[in-house]
Design a protein around this ligand. Sequence first.
Ligand SMILES: [Zn+2]
Length: 373
Amino acid sequence: MAASPTDVFCDRLRALVDIDSPSEGREQEAVAELIGTWLAPIGCTQQWVHEPDNPARSLIVTLPGDGGPAIALLGHPDTVFAAGTTARWSFTRAGDLCTGPGVADMKGGLVLAAMAVERLAAVPERPFSELRLLICADEEVRLRAPAAAAHARGAAAALVFECGRRNGDLVSARKGALWRTLHLHGRPAHAGADTALGRSAVSALAHEILRIEGLVEGRPDMTSVVTTVTAGDSANTVPGEARATIDIRSGVAADLEHAHAELERPSPYEGVRAEVSDRGTWPPMPVAEGLVRIALDHARDLGLDIGTELSGGVSDGCWTGAGGIPTLDGLGPVGGDDHTEAEWIEVATFERRLELVVRLIRSICGGRMRPTA
Ligand SMILES: [Zn+2]
């Protein structure tokens, strides 16, 4: 008896999950390479893309078609788990649940995307010019867009395979983010004998925390949180140094531009110099109404009772969405508890979600959605 699509999915997922692929390591190339190996027999070509900011390369796997729009499928091969994790926590399937490092974020989605490409290659007519699977390295740690994102250019749609939400929902929009570190440099001095000579970086930071978190005033979509602070050297010294990490998010690009300008303004505290370093800037991913409508129509036809949601987390869909390509995310298997050792996916809905993606791509190519890019 031939293996079911779910069994094939689980076997392949095991192979990907059991490769340790921490961000900033070259091991993640082995994940991309294996996917390329699966897709080579159906005529896919491969192109490695050098990422200037990171050691690992991205891989573009392309299935040529017979004409029509190009579609980009996006995923990342890196996980937040350190090298050696799979030696004690490897892929496990227990009934409908699978666990293992990166099973939901997002090796499950990569396998699903690869199997969708195979399905679309198997029919005699391929109503697309190209299906381009972009396996973008170091998504978990990158400060900027991957160089590989340029290969989505001109696509009629970008489909992103981060896992579906717990209730099966797709991700129709994502907030953008500004991650910064604020360094304040004052002047240390003896807290009792030379108090007036000191310039307290902690006092300045206290004001800055209230100002930065207050940037959300009148901006209902925005969050601004000072997430960590460190300061001071001794209990009897005016503190000369203070440092804070800042996490600002919004679905409205203008909110992030406003916050950026406010963080870059010169320090108003006499004798305290402020310096801001960039830990990442991600644009919001806007809703692509046409894509959402088609996807939910097909979901209904397949008996999947799902909707869409706005996520506060970023993905590489932020880059394609901000680049004007209609983008839909959360197309991977249903899963959750990402970035923890409780990470899981549920395989019971896999076959219908695979079918959803196949039908969605056919509909986009069949002209049910006007290409805009
Ligand atoms: Zn992810």
